[in-house]
Design a binder for this molecule. Structure first.
Ligand code: HEC
Length: 119
């Protein structure tokens, strides 16, 4: 399983290097959500490599932040999932590798993702 994850990561990183190369992105309704994160969050996402795989309103390598927010119950859960993803929750996607993010940056990102949640 470990070997499989490592292999997947290298495949994914290769895919991440070519923006726009994913098949049939799923466009969702983003009329009521921001199209871009606030710049402070955007730089955290960029620094932690999240941007290569996630967009706000559109499927990329991983699910959109909007979709993630809709499924999440709390910001603590989101932070936990960044550090210990549960690929079984997303059967149509390849597994994400755990990202050892700091409390400070992880909390800011998790807060922002929760802010996208609608009802
Ligand atoms: C190499 C691509 C890749 C990178 C980099 C990446 N993700 Fe993911 N992410 C995915 C995929 C694919 C999934 C869905 C499968 C899974 O959960 O393992 C996912 C799932 C998630 C989930 C879990 C959602 C849930 O409900 O189970 C969260 C939260 C998340 N990503 C946030 C982030 C954040 C924040 C970063 C940056 C710190 C990041 N991801 C970096 C690909 C990636």
């Amino acid at each position: 399983m470990r070997y499989f994850s490592v292999l997947c990561l290298s495949v994914l990183l290769a895919a991440c290097g070519k923006p726009g190369s994913t098949d049939a992105p799923e466009v969702e309704d983003h009329s009521t959500i921001p199209v871009a994160p606030p710049s402070a969050i955007k730089s955290l996402l960029a620094r932690n490599t999240c941007l290569g795989c996630h967009k706000i309103g559109k499927r990329l390598i991983g699910p959109s932040y909007l979709e993630i927010a809709q499924r999440a119950q709390s910001k603590e859960e989101i932070l936990e999932l960044i550090r210990h993803p549960k690929p079984e929750r997303w059967p149509d996607y390849p597994p994400m590798n755990p990202i050892p993010i700091s409390d400070e940056e992880g909390n800011q990102i998790a807060d922002w993702i929760m802010s996208l949640k609608r009802n």
